[in-house]
Design a protein around this ligand. Structure first.
Ligand SMILES: [Zn+2]
Length: 172
């Protein structure tokens, strides 16, 4: 039996409109090792189920979470069986680097998109939001290609601001 289907002791839970309902408490969940406590709850509501030519009312479980402060134990109920656990911290996605890590000349971070059938094309930074694809170039290659006829820097990401910079001392 799944945890959310198993019998669980009742608690009083305050709902957002200020009314209270009796739900079943499935678990105490701490949001991170030092985070606040929440409760995982199950509330039985009605659902309509077809039977023959008509319908019948059946209990239907709704699962939700509520801050522990909104929960009131019911006197005389034994809560020792309710598990306590820590939820994993939410994962933050790393944003794409806004510029290459370090100033590595050979890092293939620049993108060149050629124009089909025509000489030339457009040079972009690796994090340009207005384009995808193209050939990946190092900073050195990007400088060289910008010198070629028909090659223009992207007006959105302005790769020339960095490509035409002299490399910092200590890099080759
Ligand atoms: Zn661009």
């Amino acid at each position: 039996m799944r945890e959310e289907d198993a019998p669980a002791p009742p608690v009083r839970v305050e709902l957002p409109d200020g009314s209270t309902a009796t739900a079943q408490i499935l678990a105490h969940i701490r949001l991170g090792p030092k985070g606040p406590w929440w409760c995982w709850l199950r509330l039985d509501v009605w659902s309509r189920a077809p039977v023959g030519d008509g319908t019948t009312a059946e209990p239907h479980s709704v699962l939700f979470e509520a801050p522990a402060a909104k929960i009131t134990p019911i006197q005389g109920v034994d809560y020792s069986s309710v598990p306590r656990r820590t939820a994993p911290a939410p994962q933050r996605r790393k944003p794409a680097p806004a510029r290459p890590p370090g100033d590595v000349e050979e890092l293939k971070w620049w993108r060149f998109i050629s124009r089909p059938g025509v000489h030339g094309g457009t040079l972009h930074r690796g994090d340009c939001r207005t384009s995808t694809g193209g050939a990946l170039l190092s900073l050195r290659e990007a400088r060289l290609i910008l010198d070629e006829p028909g090659v223009v820097p992207c007006p959105q990401c302005r790769p020339q601001d960095r490509v035409l910079q002299k490399p910092p001392d200590g890099t080759t």
